[in-house]
Design a protein around this ligand. Structure first.
Ligand SMILES: Cc1cc2nc3c(=O)[nH]c(=O)nc-3n(C[C@H](O)[C@H](O)[C@H](O)COP(=O)(O)OP(=O)(O)OC[C@H]3O[C@@H](n4cnc5c(N)ncnc54)[C@H](O)[C@@H]3O)c2cc1C
Length: 609
């Protein structure tokens, strides 16, 4: 059962007048839990139960050899997120291979399907609930200078809780990866894999060079947009930013974006890649609510043998004949490697972890940074405030709509409209600022306590203000992830974002602000009486990458080689967003999917030789 963030403490602490803390606010959450808290899809109970029985038989208390002999797979994939779901599907296409997919979170509950409710998923039972370490230049308006660092913890991972924007990145993002020694990772090599995963239902489908129509991920435009989307679109066009397909290889432009959804329901990678084969392919086992605590590595031969995981308070070992693949994401893959002895020697030794390979795991953290404080005030003409009663009706209406979902809940609304510009600091013909927008209700509540507001806000379809967020998409600053000193395995890792430690990042973002201000002067804005109110708060939109960097052997910071094999350790790969050496200038879900699609083919070809 899905559990929303517990906001009772926020409500009592602030003794607040936050709308979320009103009786109507709590009724709304209770309704969401009642209608969408469960898991609608069929999981074959018998199969699950028999799997549980098997697990109990091979608990870690048993003789190790017996466990190994009876419980062995070809590949074990840790994490059923964007990358893990793709890998599980593609590798299990080979009938002779036995695949195990292990996920720490639960099955994906129905609440994730509602595009407009992505905010309600943050801080809920589907989130690892990490937060950043206090830093001078980040999260300045938040108590203790720390921010939430949302990461998906469910089947589908972060693709089950994200904002559904379908983006790919600029050609230069990938050609650059190749130029620094990652042979085979250029745009031309990856384009077939972008097409392979896509089932485009929008006008872009006619461009068959860039787009695919037969893949697992349905891509559409929502059937409903309010007028603010068109106001934003027109204002950028007035400023000579062209309306283009933002998923093509040159992405300086503006548009109402494509989304990973089907008929108003989210298409996570779990929905796209796992549901259709669940309990159909007999060579794929999936274990949920199972937290992998360690890689089992033979320290003599530096060979990965399997993993240890915990489920229902018990610990189990499972073994892989061919490989273990870590797909835990940008925070949890480096964490798993480090607790298993793969990481910076000094850091591991300070925690008495015996070192298997001394690599720069956890370094090179990159993210897109923005501000939550740049607020656009809307006139009555475009504000879409709804009353509490209307809100409850909308939730019920969405629930009852069949077969297609439509209306404000079946869309991410203004979050779907986005633009990319190039400032004077961009050294190439590529964007360095992306603009994203988000609705905000009751701005006075936000100003009085931004933290309480942001952590308890759950609804996107009612607003009278907009956050306008110029996003730094080519940051120079680099952060780092370290293990928790008190409890490296179960404690939350220490996330240092180190935003704005390179001055150029501030310069570029200021250019983004300047451009935002010029929007106010457009006819599109004036016609609707929209104008800006300025403040200052940094925020991320959760695109961390780079902490298990891919690179050639000459790159001293590389953790994995261009086939994503961990340096110095046999039978171990990392496949997820953490391997990206440089962050693409774009939302990164589809780039992550493409990495997994591409590497699945490489793995198949390696073992067929
Ligand atoms: C709030 C939010 C909004 C976003 N919006 C967009 C957007 O609109 N468009 C876009 O393109 N991108 C967006 N992103 C980014 C994108 O969704 C992620 O970058 C992408 O999903 C990352 O994929 P991944 O496979 O690297 O990791 P994840 O999808 O995070 O998967 C990791 C999985 O591994 C599991 N796991 C981790 N550790 C363990 C362990 N030890 N044992 C077992 N299981 C484990 C996790 O529970 C999780 O399911 C957003 C992200 C967030 C959080």
């Amino acid at each position: 059962m899905w559990q929303p963030r517990d906001i009772s403490q926020i409500c009592s602490e602030t003794q607040s007048n936050l709308t979320q803390c009103s009786p109507a606010g709590f009724m709304y959450l209770a309704l969401l839990v009642r209608l969408f808290g469960g898991v609608n899809y069929t999981v074959n109970e018998d199969t699950e139960r028999s799997k549980e029985n098997k697990e109990n038989k091979f608990s870690s208390g048993k003789d190790k050899d017996e466990t190994k002999e009876s419980h062995e797979y070809d590949f074990i994939i840790v994490g059923a997120g964007s990358a893990g779901c793709v890998l599980a599907n593609r590798l299990s296409e080979e009938e002779q291979w036995r695949i195990l997919l292990i996920e720490a979170g639960s099955e994906e509950p129905d609440i994730t399907m509602i595009p407009s409710l992505y905010k309600a998923l943050k801080g809920s039972s589907l989130d690892w609930n990490y937060s950043t370490q206090p830093e001078e230049m980040s999260c300045r308006s938040m108590k203790g200078h720390t921010c939430d660092f949302t990461r998906g913890k469910t089947m589908g991972g972060s693709s089950a809780i994200n904002t559904l924007l379908y983006m790919r990145g600029n050609r230069r993002d990938y050609d650059h990866w190749e130029e620094i020694g990652n042979y085979g990772w250029g745009y031309d090599e990856l384009l077939p894999y972008f097409r392979k995963s896509e089932n485009n239902k929008a006008v872009e489908a006619f461009d068959t060079y860039h787009h695919g129509t037969g893949g697992p991920i349905t891509v559409e435009r929502y059937s409903y947009y309010d007028i603010n989307n068109f106001m934003i679109l027109e204002s950028f066009k007035e400023l000579h930013i062209p309306e283009i397909d933002l998923t093509a290889e040159d992405n300086i432009g503006v548009n109402i974006g494509l989304s990973t959804s089907k008929d108003g329901r989210r298409v996570s990678e779990n929905v796209a890649y796992i549901k259709p084969i669940r309990d159909v392919r007999k060579n794929l086992d999936i274990i949920t609510n199972a937290f992998v605590t360690k890689l089992i590595i033979d320290h003599e031969t530096k060979t990965t043998l399997g993993v240890t995981y915990e489920k229902n308070g018990k610990s189990y070992n499972v073994y892989a004949k061919k490989e273990v693949i870590s797909s835990g994401g940008t925070v949890n893959s480096p964490k798993l490697l480090m607790v298993s002895g793969i990481g910076p020697r000094e850091h591991l030794e300070s925690l008495n972890i015996s070192v298997v390979a001394d690599l720069s795991v956890g370094h090179n953290l990159q993210d897109h940074v923005t501000t939550n404080g740049f607020i656009m005030s809307l006139s009555n003409k475009t504000a879409t405030n709804v009353s509490s009663e209307q809100l409850l009706e909308e939730v019920q209406r969405y629930h009852d709509q069949e077969p297609k979902k439509y209306g404000p809940l079946a869309t991410t609304n203004v979050a779907g409209t986005t633009a990319f510009i190039k400032t004077k600091y961009s050294r190439e013909s590529t964007p360095d600022i992306q603009f994203i927008f988000e609705g905000i209700n009751n701005v006075a509540e936000f100003y009085s306590d931004p933290q309480a507001y942001l952590t308890s806000d759950t609804f996107t379809a009612s607003f009278d203000r907009l956050f306008c967020k110029p996003l730094l998409i080519k940051p120079c600053s680099r952060g780092i992830i370290l293990l928790n000193n008190n409890d490296p395995v179960h404690g939350n890792p220490l996330i240092y974002q180190r935003f704005f430690t390179e001055k150029e990042d501030i310069d570029v973002l200021i250019e983004g602000f300047k451009f935002s201000v010029s929007l106010e002067e457009t006819e599109a804005f004036k016609k609707f009486g929209a104008h800006f109110v300025l403040t200052e708060y940094t925020a991320t939109i959760y695109h961390p990458v780079g902490t298990c960097k891919m690179g050639p052997s000459s790159d001293k910071d590389a953790v994995v080689d261009p086939r994503l094999r961990v340096y110095g350790v046999k039978r171990l790969r990392v496949v997820d967003a953490s391997v990206m050496p440089f962050i693409p200038r774009i939302n990164i879900n589809i780039p992550t999917v493409t990495i997994a699609e591409y590497i699945s083919d490489l793995i198949k070809s390696e073992y067929k030789q």
